[in-house]
Design a protein around this ligand. Structure first.
Ligand SMILES: [Zn+2]
Length: 343
């Protein structure tokens, strides 16, 4: 198809299965959707490299296809390889580029050409009655592997459980791939730790193997002891233009150097995130889901310290400066039950 806003291929180009993410651009010059047939026509949709420096998903997909392609796939696979240009530079997004995981249905940037591409891909998959959708990511801090869903329904939880017992329910940020595909089929984002660690790819291989092996997802709620459910309640950002450090260097925000070791721990009010260099500086706290309309005061700055004002469980805390600038400092979460209600 020539009018497609991304490349559309029905076979893998030579060299694809062994190509590292930073050289992919040589054989896939632009974002590419692969439509690979399998015995069950209901496709699995897999997206990866929406962030160019998050490479575990590509490695996992390559391995699963190496294992399975010669004898034929059990199930059709629609595979989207996203930001090949950022991957060539080993960065999340290039300067001036939109984030490939903020342009899907519900995006704040509906007129962006990437949003047009995302819509086209969504419509392409919609016509095919997808079995499930999996979007594969890495993060930069110390985080356990976990999956994210935006609908608390049995098939969605079951899909998430194929990857982890730790499941995060999220509504924000807007325009993520998994939230968009949640309107079509069970959909998850998986966060499989740091890119450079083999354990992330190995874990995603298990997930994809399971998605190819099972014929359906269970339609009944899991036992509550089989899942640990958290809800994202706030997204914390350093204000644009503010300076920050993680090594004690003077800055508006002087975060503690081990801040990324706090991820997924149950912190009490008073837990320290660091200190203020500018005592007027304040973190931006955005509501994490569509139900919070009132800004919630999560931080206390008394005495020039940055402390939690209420209990919370952080995720994605990082000491990677670019991750903080391009995305956020962290998410704050609370534990919930299978009914979605805070415990
Ligand atoms: Zn990502």
């Amino acid at each position: 198809m020539t009018d497609a806003p991304c490349a559309l291929l029905d076979r893998l180009p030579d060299g694809f299965l062994d190509c590292p993410a930073n050289r992919l651009k040589d054989i896939l010059p632009r974002p590419t959707l692969f439509d690979l047939p399998g015995r069950d026509p209901k496709p699995l949709f897999v997206s990866t490299l929406l962030h160019g420096n998050e490479t575990s998903g590509l490695a996992a997909v390559q391995e699963v296809l190496r294992r399975r392609l010669a004898r034929g796939l059990n199930r059709s696979l629609i595979l989207f390889i996203g930001n090949v240009e950022a991957a060539a530079q080993n960065v999340r997004t290039l300067p001036g580029q939109r984030d490939f995981n903020r342009v899907w249905t519900g995006t704040a940037f509906p007129d962006d050409p990437l949003a047009h591409m995302a819509r086209w891909i969504y419509d392409y998959v919609k016509k095919r009655d997808a079995f499930a959708a999996v979007d594969i990511h890495n993060n930069t801090g110390f985080n356990p592997h976990y999956s994210c869903i935006s609908k608390l329904e049995p098939k969605y939880v079951a899909l998430a459980q194929l990857f982890s017992r730790l499941i995060v329910l999220f509504q924000r940020p807007r325009g993520t791939c998994a939230a968009a595909f949640s309107e079509l089929c069970p959909a998850i984002t998986v966060e499989c730790g740091k890119s450079e660690l083999d354990a992330g790819a190995a874990h995603v291989i298990e997930l994809l193997e399971a998605c190819f092996s099972i014929t359906q997802l269970p339609d009944h709620a899991p036992a509550s002891h089989d899942v640990e459910l958290l809800r994202t309640c706030a997204i914390v950002k350093a204000p644009a233009g503010a300076s920050f450090s993680f090594d004690g260097t003077p800055a508006d925000f002087i975060f503690r150097p081990d801040i990324d070791h706090l991820n997924f721990s149950e912190l009490d009010a008073g837990a320290s995130f660091g200190a203020l260099g500018d005592e007027e500086a304040r973190l931006e706290v955005l509501p994490g889901d569509g139900f919070d309309t009132q800004p919630i005061n999560y931080f206390d700055y008394a005495g020039g310290k940055i402390r939690l004002a209420r209990p919370a469980i952080p995720a994605m805390l990082t000491v990677d400066r670019r991750a903080v600038q391009q995305d956020c400092l962290c998410y704050l979460m609370h534990r919930i039950g299978l009914d979605g209600v805070a415990e």
